[in-house]
Design a protein around this ligand. Sequence first.
Ligand SMILES: Cc1cc2nc3c(=O)[nH]c(=O)nc-3n(C[C@H](O)[C@H](O)[C@H](O)COP(=O)(O)OP(=O)(O)OC[C@H]3O[C@@H](n4cnc5c(N)ncnc54)[C@H](O)[C@@H]3O)c2cc1C
Length: 236
Amino acid sequence: MKTEVKKIFIVKAKVEESPTITTLSLTLEDGSFPTYRPGQFVTVYFPELGTPEGKAYSISSAPSENIFTITVKAIGLFSNKLCSMNLGDSFEASLPYGYFFSESEESPLVLVAGGIGVTPFRAMIMETIKHFPSRKIVLLQSSKTAEDLIFKKEFNALALTNSHLKLFFFVTREQNPDPADVNRRIEIGDILGKKDQKDSEFFICGSIPFVRDIWKGLRDKGVLEENICTEAFFSH
Ligand SMILES: Cc1cc2nc3c(=O)[nH]c(=O)nc-3n(C[C@H](O)[C@H](O)[C@H](O)COP(=O)(O)OP(=O)(O)OC[C@H]3O[C@@H](n4cnc5c(N)ncnc54)[C@H](O)[C@@H]3O)c2cc1C
């Protein structure tokens, strides 16, 4: 079996995106960032927590931003440990890998995020807007509460200056929903009802049931399997 190359990553900055979600800005020991493609992830190792194979965390920054971030929702052993790290702390992780990205530079992107599954989409959106600003992107982002609709302000600011970025926010258990957000789960009609979807690539990321249900719904409506790319997280 191939042995994973493990590197030491150092925490350089922390941002609280919500009471339970934290972005960690990381570098390698020499201050550099590893090479990666938006949509890839690293595997983090905390052997003392009893999962020797480590756990995956998507990279939420884009290479063009000249930062390297992961964004973590605190729900259990690994994620709580990451979220409670301090500046200067370090941990072992793999170099970036994974295939959750588009090979095209033109096809419209339809990004469907459940909860913390929005992390790789931030990377894709930032990189696409930087290098291919006329590429069409539709983001449908769902979370239980408004405070967990992370990156919403940043995405809205980007959409103000980029008419090719269309945003749709959904909340499923919010007591006081923003009138601009849709107050229910994402339905397949929400994803397929958008303009210019010929040749679109559909990316789905979120919990296992979220990804499974959206994938099945798209397939039932005739979206080709080769146009759907999925990443399922063991979290919500
Ligand atoms: C490719 C990939 C990318 C990911 N990217 C991110 C990311 O960007 N940000 C992020 O916060 N998380 C991400 N995750 C999820 C992350 O890897 C961890 O699974 C998550 O942080 C929970 O681990 P934990 O040790 O904190 O929780 P745990 O202590 O393991 O468990 C917390 C809860 O998670 C659920 N759970 C845990 N393991 C499983 C399992 N094997 N099967 C089903 N349910 C399970 C259970 O409901 C459990 O109660 C990603 C996962 C994958 C596969």
